[in-house]
Design a protein around this ligand. Sequence first.
Ligand code: PBG
Ligand code: ZN
Length: 327
Amino acid sequence: MAGFPIYRPRRLRATENLRSMIREVDLSVKDLIYPLFVGPGEKVKAEIGSLPGTYQWSVDRIMEPVDQVVQLGITAVILFGIPSYKDEEGSSAWDDEQPVQMAAKMIKKKYPELVVITDACFCEYTTHGHCGVLDADGNVDNDETLENLKKLAVSQARCGADIIAPSNMMDGYVQVMRKALDEEGFEKTAIMAYSAKFASAYYGPFRDAAGSAPGKGNRNGYQMDPCNGNEAMREIQLDIEEGADIIIIKPAMSYLDICWRAHKKFNRPLCVYNVSGEYAMIKAASQNGWIDEKKIVLETMCCFKRAGAKMIITYFALEVARWLQGK
Ligand code: PBG
Ligand code: ZN
């Protein structure tokens, strides 16, 4: 290959048109998935303190952000629920009258084409805040939790979820969900597994928003050690073998090596979750005038695509969609 002065990489960086012609990845509004927090009560639109610009909505107002999503051309939302009651098991998670289920029904009725994803976990629904049922020693009991996950998956599918996203990192979770869904006639409902979900401090603001912080202990017994990349590949492999349709890597910004490795190794639809702490850091710094929010966010989103992500769950989705459309 000819080197300098024959080859001058700067030639193709001379104008924006040239740069855009050779750009390797493009960010599109179709890449975005917008998270929505839906809770009990009426007429609620409560801003989440640590996630400025993000709200907890009551079911009767959930169509306000959904209308915006559709108007901006975003094609998918992911629902997180705050239930009206909690217990040891998290049984409100599979109650068809709770906020996620009610919202899914309403959204699918008005916008049948909009892809509705439901987060399937128990931490918002249990009194202790762990992502499953506790055993006598206070650890999350894997196989007992799987029994409840079946009920949760079927309830969400029944209420219209197109994709169910199990996020509790139980062993065997995709397999039991797939089987339960198929047995109930929901073979068309897809599973988007949080296959590589790390035990991360970047979830802090989300736990405030969803009231899902564990009362005692931490999630290290089920979520992954942030130091482990090889193990993440094994987790992803298992979920694919069990029937996962889409793989999530979470968090995103500090875990792009995991995304890239998974992209190279599995070549399956990959989604990164740009989590609450990542959003909060960018918001806080930009509100202080220390960084340029629009530039930093668009750069970050492109980097997700470059690392192999096909989809991006992000609290910035509405803003990104507006910026992409020059609004
Ligand atoms: C539930 C769940 C969490 C997030 C998504 N689903 C929190 C957790 O595992 O504690 C985090 C999302 C975010 O930080 O934006 N298990
Ligand atoms: Zn959880």
